[in-house]
Design a protein around this ligand. Sequence first.
Ligand code: SAM
Length: 290
Amino acid sequence: MATLGVPQNTIAVLQKYHFNFQKKWGQNFLIDTHVLEKIIRAADVAKEDFVLEIGPGIGTMTQYLCENAREVAAVEIDRNLIPILEDTLSAYDNVTVINEDILNLDIVKLAEERNGGEPIKVVANLPYYITTPIIMGLFESHAPITSITVMVQKEVAERMQAGPGTKDYGALSLAVQYYAKPEMMAYVPPNCFMPRPNVGSAVIRLTRHEVAPVEVSDETLLFAIIRASFNQRRKTLANSLHNSQEIPLSKEAIQESIQELGVPLTIRGEALTLEQFALLANIMKKKGTL
Ligand code: SAM
């Protein structure tokens, strides 16, 4: 099978199967071999690896993964793509295509059944409409994942790696950085896809921390505090936390906690580091009324 990363080959497959792109599923297929090679290198895919690919499309990147990894599981929601994948991946015996919504897939079970519970790598050109739920779902599943290397909308990649005090810094930055180390690997322009997306793209690698970078006694509370702090960006941290339904602490107890953290009461959430959010969560937890 000729590489699908060449536009003419992608067009030939699409025509052969009379395939209609589904906008609702974020279908923008890669048609640039350099970008495909870059993703495989960025993900550091090696012969011993088990790779989970989310949204294989017509199998363009899947072919590269099959060539470089030991085993590939590719999860695709669109059943019209399944017969196409059977054709484009027919040369490989190390791939399983699963027709499923990734958000409904039990990744812990997949890693257990297909890879004996050993660590897996995730590589994907993600459907942009559900980037955040997919990434958070992967982390929160606590499946054995060593790294997630994904193509996402450029602005989303920038938010994932942003630090305190920048305009891109927010709940997504903190959630991603709590679980992993983000590294920007490449910027990719719209003309590398068919059809062209309306936004720029970027490849980002998230390497799972082996040891959590902060210690929190209550992870759920940490994330409730983070969400509340960025829900109302222009408000002070104290007011944002007080206004949140998720934080059942009195105004006084919230103010005392912020003072114990050693920052001014006028501070905004966007100025706090992950370490400070974790400390604040531990202080608030100890206030005991939660
Ligand atoms: N990997 C292919 C490529 O690079 O050419 C296609 C990438 S395209 C941006 C995203 C793919 O994800 C599409 O094939 C789409 O059908 C699939 N997809 C969308 N939502 C999905 C979901 N919830 N679960 C699994 N796959 C999904």
